[in-house]
Design a protein around this ligand. Structure first.
Ligand code: DC
Length: 228
């Protein structure tokens, strides 16, 4: 008998370690990982590549019909046939993505895609509005947080490892700016779903955070967690 698909929503502010944790949880459970932030980033890249201003809502939204985004296994992000996996993590995209993510029509287009991706299979989806808006009936909802300072250091180290040049101060400023824009936008702002479990990872290692999420999944769904 085919088992019911299970959806795990992991939301939280920028650089809280959601994608690292979500990716590992998905791998352990054998679920598909969907990085919705990468989709907003890919759209932002498409706007910049066309020499349009991401602060210009009408110009940015005019690209909706021509932007095609695919998420492939292994974290590969394809935008209009181009592999943008690395470039979407660069400061030019990070510094502009919150504008793009605040435009309702772009959100509607990407949310439709996200819901299709989760329709018939078990997924771990990370973002800002997954538990509140994209998958309101998700089986498991986690709201993952960490202090601004911890998040800035994590993102800074991630950038270093990827060879992306940034300063810790710039990363911290960017994290604060994105927190503000993400939680103050009118449509689907960043906020915990009323039925989410709050997970503060400020003082947790990645392994501890992964185990904490797996425990929440097992408590909520009765799923047996494979050895890992
Ligand atoms: O998770 P991230 O840093 O890659 O996300 C990039 C931006 O996209 C961030 O500013 C918030 C926005 N975003 C969003 O508004 N809704 C989502 N579901 C995912 C990301």
């Amino acid at each position: 008998m085919k088992q019911k698909a299970i959806s795990v929503a992991i939301d939280g502010p920028a650089a809280a370690g959601k994608s690292t944790v979500a990716k590992r949880v998905a791998q352990i459970l054998g679920f598909t990982y969907i990085d919705t932030g990468a989709m907003y980033r890919a759209f932002t890249y498409a706007v910049i590549k066309k020499n349009l201003d991401p602060k210009d809502e009408i110009a940015s939204c005019s690209l909706i019909p021509e932007v095609d985004i695919e998420l492939l296994p292994g974290g590969v992000v394809i935008c209009n046939g181009e592999d943008v996996s690395k470039v979407i993590r660069e400061p030019l995209v990070s510094g502009n993505v919150s504008y793009i993510a605040s435009y309702k029509n772009i959100r509607l287009a990407l949310v439709e895609l996200q819901r299709k991706m989760a329709a018939s299979k078990s997924v771990v989806m990370d973002g800002r509005d997954i538990g509140t808006y994209v998958l309101p009936n998700a089986d498991v909802k986690v709201f993952q947080i960490a202090s601004v300072e911890t998040r800035a250091v994590r993102r800074y180290e991630e950038n270093l490892a990827k060879g992306i040049p940034t300063s810790l101060k710039d990363v911290e400023d960017d994290v604060r700016k994105r927190d503000y824009i993400d939680s103050h936008r009118d449509f689907a702002p960043l906020k915990p779903a009323s039925d989410s479990v709050l997970l503060d990872t400020s003082f947790m290692s990645i392994d501890e955070a992964v185990d904490a999420v797996l425990k929440i999944v097992s408590d909520k769904t009765g799923l047996e967690i494979p050895c890992h």
